[in-house]
Design a protein around this ligand. Structure first.
Ligand SMILES: [Zn+2]
Ligand SMILES: [Zn+2]
Length: 364
């Protein structure tokens, strides 16, 4: 039997471009659920697209799918996180926003939980939800969460939001970056910077970052890029020539797209080396057609790999990477803007400007 024990605020997306701060009642968690106080809610490019109405939603939702928080109350059956680490109220956690059904083809046969056909994302606001632009979230039994180690700052974990898990899944699908390979990363927002970091940790020899923001290109170098190309100061032809010169005239073994602009597709494909792979992650939200010559793919033995979302183990690994490397790389510094709940639209505008590092909501 649940009862209302707390009052909280939440940023509700009532319809296209209709954000409103609501007062919501917060119930005690069901036996398999967890109630957490939100410390940071990550603001993501996909939140911008949802708010604009580019993805129809069946009902009003509490916005926000990225979060870290402090356990307020555990359901009576919950004693450990999803990696078996004991948890108690007061512990900090990081969660995966997709709760798979464990009963569909993708969950059972393919074990690809991010492709679950019955996954729960955002429930109606009349019930407990885990939208993270809020004071509190209630994680249901199938939403994996992980205890953040005591010596790891929350900022280091939320810095890459859902981007680092998405990159880990993408690289898993694409076969990974191998030592001494060359990598081009298009776009240096959270996805691109995550890709640069993983390429660096994987032993890539050259990591060439492309973006138009000086701030982001500076972060790219600090996360491991060996060369940067500013799109505001170069033409596509000049960038292609530069990539050739930096890769012994071969092109990149892997090109990773993290721009969110489908117009980047043609350029990225042309930067691949023979036998190379083009991994598309950021284009999730950018629909539109782009002409290309399929014979170029055939004649160069290219692989084009798409990926969306991420699974519980990618969230777990992303947290471990933050725990291991936050002292070496500027994870926490990536957070350039902190916004209150009544500044949600401003936070989304900052993300869509393309000039911010990571934007987070701070409910407290
Ligand atoms: Zn499923
Ligand atoms: Zn996200």
């Amino acid at each position: 039997m649940t009862s209302i024990v707390r009052k909280g605020r939440a940023v509700v997306l009532e319809g296209p471009n209709a954000l409103k701060l609501h007062d919501l009642s917060v119930s005690r968690p069901e036996p398999d659920a967890v109630l957490a106080r939100v410390e940071f809610g990550g603001v993501c490019g996909s939140d911008v697209h949802m708010t604009r109405g580019e993805f129809p939603l069946p009902h009003a939702i509490v916005l926000g799918h990225e979060g870290v928080g402090v356990i307020e109350e555990l359901g009576s059956n919950v004693v450990a996180d999803y990696a078996g680490v004991p948890v108690s109220p007061g512990d900090r956690i990081y969660w995966c926003p997709i709760a798979p059904c464990h009963h569909c083809w993708y969950c059972t046969v393919e074990k690809d939980f991010s492709s679950c056909t019955n996954a729960t994302w955002f429930g109606p606001i009349e019930k407990p939800t885990w939208g993270s632009y809020a004071d509190y979230v209630t994680l249901p039994s199938d939403a994996a969460f992980f205890r953040i180690p005591d010596d790891t700052p929350s900022e280091a974990v939320i810095a890459f939001g859902c981007a680092l898990p998405a990159v880990l899944q993408g690289l898993e699908r694409a076969g990974g970056v191998k030592p001494l390979q060359s990598v081009v990363v298009q776009g240096c927002g959270p996805i691109g910077l995550s890709a640069i970091l993983i390429a660096r940790l994987s032993g890539a020899q050259s990591i060439i970052a492309i973006d138009g923001s000086g701030l982001r290109l500076d972060f790219a170098r600090r996360f491991g890029a060996t060369a940067t190309l500013d799109i505001s100061q170069t033409t596509p032809q000049e960038r292609r020539q530069a990539v050739r010169e930096l890769t012994a005239n071969r092109g990149a073994d892997m090109v990773i797209e993290g721009t969110g602009h489908h117009t980047a597709f043609g350029e990225g494909l042309g930067l691949c080396a023979r036998n190379g792979t083009y991994l598309l992650i950021g284009l999730w939200a950018s629909q539109g057609e782009q002409p290309f010559d399929p014979s170029f793919v055939v004649q160069n033995n290219l692989r084009i790999v798409g990926t969306q979302y991420a699974q519980a183990h990618h969230y777990h690994d992303a947290m471990r990477i933050a725990a291991l490397h936050h002292a070496t790389f500027p994870f926490a510094e990536l957070i350039t803007h902190r916004c209150m709940l009544d500044e949600a639209q401003h936070a989304l505008d900052l993300v869509s400007s393309g000039a911010a590092g990571k934007v987070v909501m701070c409910p407290c």
